[in-house]
Design a protein. Structure first.
Length: 107
């Protein structure tokens, strides 16, 4: 499933720099694609072993699947094969890219 999600989910606020955009433009939207958790995280089948995965903060995007919480950024680490966004409420994983196809989760 691939869903376009506005990069900013909060209402526009007065900004000190007038050159910055106040409204999300189409090119500012992120396109989220749901990922199979087994494809991005190792050792998902080890029920008895705790999985140690670090999240690196909450992002502005809200989960398009459950619509109940903000997604968390998960970067590559020992048990994580690729950077992705994670919903702690419904345990869904998402890749993010811009409408032009450029990846949003790479440095």
């Amino acid at each position: 499933m691939t869903l376009p999600v506005p990069e900013t989910m909060s209402p526009p606020q007065e900004q000190p720099h007038p050159s910055r955009r106040h409204h999300a433009e189409p090119e500012d939207c992120l396109v989220l694609s749901e990922l199979n958790p087994r494809m991005v995280i190792d050792h998902l089948d080890d029920e008895g072993q705790p999985l140690h995965v670090l999240t690196f903060g909450t992002v502005r995007e809200i989960c398009p699947k459950c619509q109940s919480g903000h997604l968390k950024l998960v970067l590559r680490q020992s048990a994580v094969r690729m950077a992705h966004l994670f919903c702690a409420d419904c345990a869904s994983c998402f890749d993010a890219h811009y409408p032009n196809g450029a990846p949003a989760l790479t440095i």
